[in-house]
Design a protein around this ligand. Structure first.
Ligand SMILES: N[C@@H](CCC(=O)N[C@@H](CS)C(=O)NCC(=O)O)C(=O)O
Length: 203
């Protein structure tokens, strides 16, 4: 396998997942800021032009971080970060999908349409007038999730999973651009500190 890495939260999710699982894969760093990912060489690997992607031993490529993590989880030995049985896996995927669709998509699009506009305006269709509303959507959904975290250690209760990694990395990404968690989200703030204490959080 070979991992195509870059700056940004999406590759960081996979790096943190691999660190948690003790997986080491040779890596190449692609120059995202310079647009290398939107040129023919990289587009041949991931036609959607985004990072990261994972080259498999048969020469094929996987993109989309949750899919890459699921593949790594299933093909390596060790404690699963998805789940040990159908119910656990379904629970993890439920939270991953909620976090992805309801928090990460509006949050990242809000930033792509505002503070990251210069980087993205020539790459994707941008909607600057939607930026503020998307941020409000993400904040409202974070507040909802904060309520759901009452009494729980991790998003899936006692199990630390891909859902925790995904949310943790993107909350950090938002923080880098001044989007901080509302102090009223006390459950989430305490959860952030618990995730931060894991060595994988530095990946
Ligand atoms: N849905 C994709 C998102 C990937 C993504 O947005 N990657 C960012 C890096 S964090 C990227 O490649 N941005 C540069 C660009 O789109 O040109 C995934 O799950 O992997």
């Amino acid at each position: 396998m070979h991992f195509y890495n870059s700056v940004g939260p999406n590759p960081q999710v996979v790096r943190m997942f691999m660190a948690e699982r003790g997986i080491e894969v040779p890596q190449t760093t692609v120059d995202l800021r310079g647009g290398e990912n939107r040129r023919a060489d990289y587009m041949a690997k991931n036609p959607f032009g985004q990072l990261p992607c994972l080259e498999l031993d048969d020469g094929s490529f996987l993109a989309e971080i949750t899919v890459i993590c699921e593949y790594l989880d299933e093909t390596t030995q060790g404690m699963s970060l998805i789940g040990a049985n159908a119910k656990e896996r379904a629970e993890t995927r439920m939270w991953v999908r909620r976090i992805d669709l309801n928090i990460i998509e509006p949050l990242t699009n809000s930033l792509r349409f505002s503070k990251l506009l210069k980087l993205f305006e020539s790459r994707i269709h941008v909607i600057p007038q939607a930026a503020d509303d998307l941020l409000i959507t993400a904040q409202k959904n974070l507040a909802w999730l904060n309520g759901q975290m009452a009494g729980k250690t991790w998003i899936c209760g006692d199990r630390f999973t891909l859902a925790d990694i995904l949310l943790f990395v993107f909350i950090g990404f938002g923080g880098n651009f001044g989007v901080t968690l509302d102090p009223a989200n006390t459950n989430l703030l305490a959860w952030v500190e618990r995730v931060k204490a894991r060595p994988s959080s530095a990946a």
